[in-house]
Design a binder for this molecule. Structure first.
Ligand code: AMP
Length: 416
């Protein structure tokens, strides 16, 4: 016998009833996006490798170690997207969505792929809710984007969490900071091999090294905030003051840099209590220079990504559970089955979810099927019921039964 084929390591099936919780999160996000004026984009999962290499940064973990990259049949190098922002910008520039006045507000939902070591809260195919606002460098937009993120997290009842904020400054501030950091690092012994390289190629990346030893060294490293130019400092202060005005609690996290090279100015992350090592449920920031990096015009922008897999791990189990109104129609004999089939369609027209079995199973078998399908009520219809014009309605949770006239049945069931 041939062996069974299993899903690829780090990739998983998300099955019912768990999918109901995912829908609840996505619906809440869609409602909040609409409230803030965002519209949805649906993008390809595969892009040219160059798009990510150019935008995320060659020296990031994502690009150097984690991308699913392969040649297509033509020999072109393609990559399963490891994140959405680069694709969103590609689509915006390609379709000229950046034209016209005002901030362009876009969101997209879907899977991302990174070849990371799978562990709790870390998958090789994971899912993000992405928000991107393009066309303004105003600090009000930074505040609004963070408020929107917090609105979504509130709507899905995320428990205790912390919002961490930092400013990465503009390229000028970053240049000076990198010099300072580089100098600091050159005086330190014992950096890991990756960091020894990054110290020269891209010192900012040393700040998100996972090695315990490197982290220890970094405790005394210079911080970006001390290198901000006056404009960046004012921008950052304004973002923070707006957050305070709207009652958003934040913590300044001077070493927060995020794992992608394209960020400038505001960077933020939400970490949830109770998630262990992989505790970031959302992260984002400004990426003012990215459009130009991709051959486009100057297009200041800011966005965030919510990690749905992780978020769902900390949300209440009852999320997305609506009142169960499902009806199962247990029919015995051809005439009753025929009648039940019509009733089923009537119920659905009334918006009442219903199911029946098309086989010829016994009442006992049908009742156990009703249980398995999670029906709230079962209607029993047989020859006797057709004769008397009354069906038996059984409440599954308690086993209580009552007789209901067939003519009133649709109305009664619709009102349950
Ligand atoms: P990033 O795109 O790296 O800024 O990540 C944004 C969010 O996506 C993180 O805060 C996580 O919640 C989530 N995320 C990133 N990588 C993974 C992964 N491998 N598995 C599950 N969630 C992830």
């Amino acid at each position: 016998m041939a062996g069974k084929i299993k899903a690829i390591r780090g990739m998983r099936d998300i099955l019912p009833p768990e999918t109901g919780r995912w829908q609840a999160v996505e619906n809440a996000a869609r409602e909040a996006f609409a409230l803030y004026g965002y519209r949805e984009l649906r993008l390809p999962l595969i892009e040219r490798t160059e798009l990510f290499a150019r935008s995320i940064g060659a020296d990031t973990d994502i690009v150097s170690k984690e991308m699913y990259t392969f040649p297509d049949r033509h020999g072109d190098s393609l990559t399963l997207r490891p994140e959405a922002t680069a694709s969103v910008l590609r689509a915006v520039l390609e379709n000229r969505l950046d034209q016209g006045a005002g901030v362009k507000k876009l969101y997209t939902l879907g899977p991302m792929f990174r070849y990371e070591r799978p562990q709790k809260g870390r998958y090789r195919q994971f899912h993000q809710i992405n928000c991107e606002a393009l066309g303004s460098d105003a600090p009000e937009l930074d505040a609004e984007v963070i408020l929107l993120l917090m609105e979504i997290l509130k709507r899905v009842q995320l428990g205790t969490s912390r919002l961490l904020v930092n400013s990465l400054g503009c390229p000028e501030c970053q240049k000076k900071f990198k010099e300072g950091l580089s100098l600091f690092l050159s005086q330190k012994q014992g950096l890991c091999e990756d960091c020894l390289r990054r110290r020269v190629t891209n010192p900012l990346r040393v700040l998100d090294c996972k090695s315990v030893h490197c982290k220890e060294i970094l405790k005394d490293a210079p911080v970006l905030k001390d290198y901000l130019c006056p404009d960046c400092a004012v921008h950052y202060a304004r973002v923070l003051s707006l957050l305070s005005r709207f009652g958003v609690t934040y913590e300044e996290q001077p070493r927060l840099v995020r794992g992608l090279d394209y960020y400038s100015r505001t960077a933020f992350e939400v970490v949830a209590v109770g998630l262990g090592a992989q505790d970031a449920v959302a992260g984002g920031g400004r990426y003012n220079g990215l459009a130009q990096e991709l051959g486009g015009p100057e297009l200041p922008a800011i966005g965030f990504a919510i990690g749905e897999d992780r978020l769902l791990e900390v949300l209440p189990p009852e999320l997305g559970q609506e009142k169960n109104r499902k009806i199962f129609l247990a029919a015995l004999g051809p005439a009753a089955r025929d009648q039940a089939f019509s009733l089923l369609q009537t119920l659905r027209r009334e918006g009442v979810p219903g199911e029946m079995d098309f086989g010829e199973r016994s009442l006992k078998a049908q009742m156990s099927l009703a249980d398995r399908l999670g029906a709230a009520y079962t209607v029993i219809l047989g020859d006797r019921e057709l004769e008397t014009g009354k069906a038996t309605l059984r409440r599954m949770a308690t086993g209580d039964q009552q007789e209901v006239s067939l003519s009133l049945l649709p109305m009664v069931l619709a009102g349950l």
